[in-house]
Design a protein around this ligand. Structure first.
Ligand SMILES: NC(=O)c1ccc[n+]([C@@H]2O[C@H](COP(=O)([O-])OP(=O)(O)OC[C@H]3O[C@@H](n4cnc5c(N)ncnc54)[C@H](O)[C@@H]3O)[C@@H](O)[C@H]2O)c1
Ligand SMILES: Nc1ncnc2c1ncn2[C@@H]1O[C@H](COP(=O)(O)OP(=O)(O)OP(=O)(O)O)[C@@H](O)[C@H]1O
Length: 561
């Protein structure tokens, strides 16, 4: 505690400046009082010096009283800034902060420091908001032709968009509303940035239940009016998306190395341009393919480097995927924050997340562009790899978002994996076997299913905890609530390394002492439904897996009387 106070007085900025000012004012008053008295002092001067003495005393008391609270605030702020800097660097908006704050918050109690900070938190929050508002006001005066990401945040459309995204990601706190846009660091002369933010179509979401449509745009989960607790039937409600203005920009993502996909893509691009007058974005590889086919495709837009994809969500109204489930995973991986509605066309072998048939793409897109249409909000998991967790709690690598699952396994090692698992601060279990799958409900029909996990409707909020070949007879898979933060740690006494892979890609080695921290990401992937999310899910398990397919028993034979 004392150590914190010491650190804070040296290192922190704003609250400490206030404190320094306070000490300086007191010093000035003391110096004034110590000056030799001037001859012929009159009563006014005596009165004045008395008043100054009282002020000095008051200042001292205030500064002493505030010092301890401010040291606590400074320590909190130091952690906050660390997390914030990390998130800025990761070009991600407030998700990590929300999660970290949430976990610190839940650990607070009146007898620990976080309990005290909980009291000071609203003040700091107000201060941050005030600081941010001031910064915006200062920079919003004139536009000097500088289209840096920072200046773009001052444009009204952009601010609205940022605010909306912030509300979606961080709830009503909204303190990180500008950050995704700042983080983009897009070249100021990028043409894509110039014409961005003015075109994005707005839409409304509504929830309906048991086939009855309603215009319910707000979604309260728990109500406790007059002491009666009731819950909305959250999981049984279908979400519907209704455009409020015309969607104008579509991003088409395609599976590579497929002739049928290439032909379909060219045809769809032509139709969307000629019949629907849409702006079209494709990946750089696809733009080259289209231009090779015909120079008439020069209207198709693309991007130069990966950094620009960070701002795609601010411009694109709709994402179309042409491929299998892997292409939907690919589409989700391009968006580190909010993602526009995805319309997945099936051109693969299975297709759990691809309900639309490519042969009828015109009718499908026509109805989607008109709206309203049903969507499935597919939750994602955000995964932080923390190196030697015991040493550097706040320094982790860039978070990775997965739509299906993160797998921690033994990789090429022939030793049993040994993984300690915690849910928030509770010990869950120690996995000894080939590994562990932490899956979303969308991923429940993929690797987790193959490892013995249950199939779960994608709209059910939860995290599947599925072991891979556990070396114990009683290790059954679990489904945990969506609000937990899971921590999988490779113990220091582990015989080998573990390997984490994300939606089947990007393998990362976890050494003894390293940890993987997994929680629900704030920005889900909204995928358009062919019918509705339940019909589509049941169709996919019937057609994709032939789930519970069995010849019906005949009527003939023995029966109950
Ligand atoms: N033993 C297994 O079943 C196993 C092993 C490794 C990876 N996978 C899965 O493959 C996924 C990566 O897919 P990919 O297409 O990039 O690789 P891929 O090309 O190797 O295809 C893997 C298969 O998994 C299917 N699949 C993907 N997501 C699915 C989902 N949500 N529900 C049902 N099936 C799904 C795909 O349709 C494909 O047939 C991983 O996320 C993992 O879930 C499964
Ligand atoms: N636009 C893309 N750029 C790079 N890789 C992609 C892209 N789209 C898909 N992929 C990758 O290509 C692989 C195969 O994609 P996908 O699953 O869509 O096709 P498929 O294997 O033919 O379909 P299915 O899995 O249904 O059999 C996946 O690993 C996916 O990550």
């Amino acid at each position: 505690m004392n150590k914190n106070k010491g650190d804070a007085s040296v290192s922190c900025s704003q609250p400490e400046n206030g404190l320094i000012d306070l000490f300086n004012s007191e010093k000035a008053v003391q110096e004034l009082l110590q000056q030799p008295p001037v001859q012929g002092i009159d009563d006014h001067l005596i009165e004045f010096s008395e008043a100054l003495r009282t002020v000095a005393k008051a200042l001292r008391r205030v500064s002493e009283g505030k010092a301890s609270a401010q040291a606590e605030a400074a320590e909190w702020k130091r952690k906050y800034e660390l997390e914030r800097a990390r998130n800025l660097q990761l070009e991600r908006k407030g998700d990590g902060i929300c999660t970290k704050l949430q976990s610190w918050w839940t650990q607070a109690s009146p007898d620990n420091a976080m309990g005290i900070i909980k009291l000071i938190f609203p003040c700091i929050l107000c201060w941050e908001i005030w600081k941010e508002q001031n910064r915006r006001e200062l920079s919003s005066g004139e536009h000097n032709g500088d289209y840096s990401a920072e200046n773009l945040t001052n444009q009204p459309m952009m601010c609205n968009e940022a605010r909306k995204q912030s509300e979606r990601c961080c709830g009503k706190h909204g303190i990180f509303s500008h950050e995704v846009l700042h983080n983009g660091e897009i070249d100021s002369d990028t043409e894509m940035v110039n014409n961005k933010f003015m075109r994005k179509a707005s839409f409304k979401l509504s929830w309906w239940c048991k086939g009855e449509k309603s215009d319910q745009h707000k979604h309260d989960i728990v109500s406790f009016e007059r002491g009666n607790i009731t819950t909305a039937e959250r999981s049984s409600k279908q979400i519907s998306l209704k455009w409020e203005s015309h969607p104008q920009t579509v991003l088409i993502l395609t599976k590579p190395n497929s002739t049928s996909v290439r032909i379909l893509c060219a045809d769809m691009v032509r139709w969307l341009r000629e019949q629907k007058k849409m702006e079209i974005f494709v990946e750089p590889r696809v733009k080259v393919e289209l231009m090779t086919e015909s120079p008439n495709f020069d209207f198709v837009q693309t991007w130069k480097d990966d950094k620009e994809t960070l701002l795609l969500h601010t411009n694109v109204d709709l994402v179309v995927t042409l491929g299998g489930d892997g292409t939907v995973l690919w589409a989700a991986s391009l968006f580190k924050g909010p993602i526009p509605p995805v319309v997945p066309f099936s051109l693969g072998s299975l297709g759990f997340m691809t309900p639309f048939h490519s042969e009828q793409y015109r009718e499908c897109l026509d109805s989607i562009l008109r709206g309203p249409f049903s969507i499935t909000l597919r939750h994602r998991l955000q995964c932080h790899v923390i190196r030697d967790a015991a040493k550097s709690e706040y320094e982790s690598e860039e978070p990775i978002l997965v739509l299906n699952e993160v797998t921690i396994d033994r990789g090429i090692s022939s030793f049993l994996t040994n993984l300690e698992c915690y849910s928030d601060s509770s010990f869950v279990t120690c996995v000894q076997g080939d590994g562990l799958i932490l899956s979303t409900t969308s991923g429940s029909t993929a690797y987790s299913l193959a490892a013995g996990g249950s199939m779960v409707h994608p709209q059910v909020p939860g995290i599947l905890f599925t072991p891979i070949c556990p070396h114990s007879l009683s290790f059954r898979p679990l489904i945990l609530p969506e609000h937990v933060t899971l921590r999988v740690q490779v113990p220091f006494n582990s015989r080998g390394h573990a390997w984490a892979s994300f939606d089947g890609k990007d393998r990362k080695q976890l050494a003894p002492g390293d940890a993987l921290v997994v929680s629900m990401a704030p920005c889900p992937v909204p995928t358009a439904c062919q019918v509705d999310s339940t019909s589509d899910f049941l169709r996919s398990i019937h057609e994709g897996l032939h789930w519970n397919l069995r010849k019906t028993q005949s009527f003939e034979g023995p029966r109950d009387l």
